[in-house]
Ligand binder design. Structure first.
Ligand code: UDP
Ligand code: MG
Length: 319
């Protein structure tokens, strides 16, 4: 019988300080211990430091069949993972971060769960900083509120996917994507394992609180949408202030009988009410426009990423 193949996909962006340590000291020993055929898929997400040179010098490249995909620029982790999953050939595919936060030693447990029948094995973070906790609980709150499907708090991108799940994942065509969310949406037999995350070995995380909110709120910062969003904010401001002002008039003048002696005419109350409606219209208009701009983005049908063929390479281990 053919030995099963396990692929490990790693998105890497500007990790020159830690990438060797992660690949050779954390990942390699774990992979060597797996009694399977192995494949490593590294996605260099347009790093502009020495990351790629460092990768080429790693021992793991010579020890495991490797496929290094180098993007022409930074496309973001979600897209890097997508490219890695497209490229991976494994019967099971493991996704893991290169910054040392995902404990590589858990991979063997993931593989075991997979052998027991799980089709998606998700690592769930146990201990972490308060900042992370607030950030992710807000994120999951927003996801729940807007019907983003069932989401487990603390679930990470550190996952093992069965071939059937990867094949389904590869069918997604949307550009604005969130890997975790899409995998959860797919369903299949999901198993969660608890892991203790570690601190980032080097450098700063590029995914900060703001970026997380952007993902949840659907990247509002992209240049073409900024005007829309500004109108939405103006509308929201008008709505809120006129609502408060209207409430003030109602209570002061009509309920308490004008103790301040302002004696405002009905026209004032009416203008405030109209201002409120204008705010409401602006907000709903901005919401609609956001949906349309989404359609616009997807309708362009651009490629999701661009590979720099000159920098990418494959290397098979001689047996
Ligand atoms: N990463 C990437 N592209 C990016 C940002 C990050 O491929 O634009 C990689 C990064 O090198 C790391 C992983 O994605 O391997 C997680 O990144 P980070 O630690 O910045 O995010 P967080 O841990 O906060 O999710
Ligand atoms: Mg990290």
């Amino acid at each position: 019988m053919r030995k099963k193949l396990i692929s490990v996909v790693v998105p890497i962006y500007n990790e020159e300080d830690g990438v060797r340590e992660f690949l050779d000291e954390q990942l390699l020993p774990v992979m060597k211990n797996l009694k399977y055929n192995l494949e490593l898929v590294l996605v260099d997400d347009g790093s502009n430091d020495k990351t790629l040179e460092k990768i080429k010098k790693c021992k793991i490249i010579k020890a495991v069949d490797s496929n290094v995909i180098s993007f022409s620029r930074n496309f973001g982790k979600e897209v890097a993972l997508t490219a890695g999953l497209k490229e991976a050939r494994g019967d099971a595919v493991v996704m893991i971060d290169a910054d040392g936060q995902h404990p590589a030693e858990m991979i063997s447990e993931m593989v075991q769960k997979w052998e027991e029948g799980a089709e998606v094995v998700t690592a769930v973070r146990t201990a972490n900083t308060t900042k992370h906790k607030i950030g992710s609980s807000m994120y999951y709150g927003v996801m729940k509120m807007f019907g983003g499907g069932k989401a487990v708090p603390g679930a990470m991108d550190f996952r093992l996917l069965d071939r059937v799940v990867v094949d389904e994942f590869n069918k997604f065509t949307e550009h604005n994507r969130m890997t975790r969310g899409l995998i959860d949406w797919l369903g299949f037999r999901q198993v969660y394992i608890k892991v203790k995350t570690k601190d980032r070995m080097h450098g700063k995380p590029t995914y900060n609180f703001k970026k997380l909110m952007q993902l949840a709120g659907d990247s509002m910062a992209s240049a073409s949408r900024t005007p829309l969003v500004v109108f939405g904010y103006i509308g929201a401001f008008i709505m809120v202030t006129s609502f408060i002002f209207g409430l003030f008039i109602l209570i002061q003048q009509y309920i308490m009988g004008d103790p301040m002696g302002l004696d405002w005419s009905g026209a004032v109350a009416m203008s405030v009410f109209i201002a409120f409606l204008v705010g409401l219209v602006l907000v709903s208009q901005a919401m609609t426009a956001l949906y349309i701009s989404q359609i616009h983005m997807e309708a362009k049908g651009r490629p999701l990423f661009v590979v720099d063929a000159k920098k990418s390479f494959k290397r098979k281990v001689q047996k």
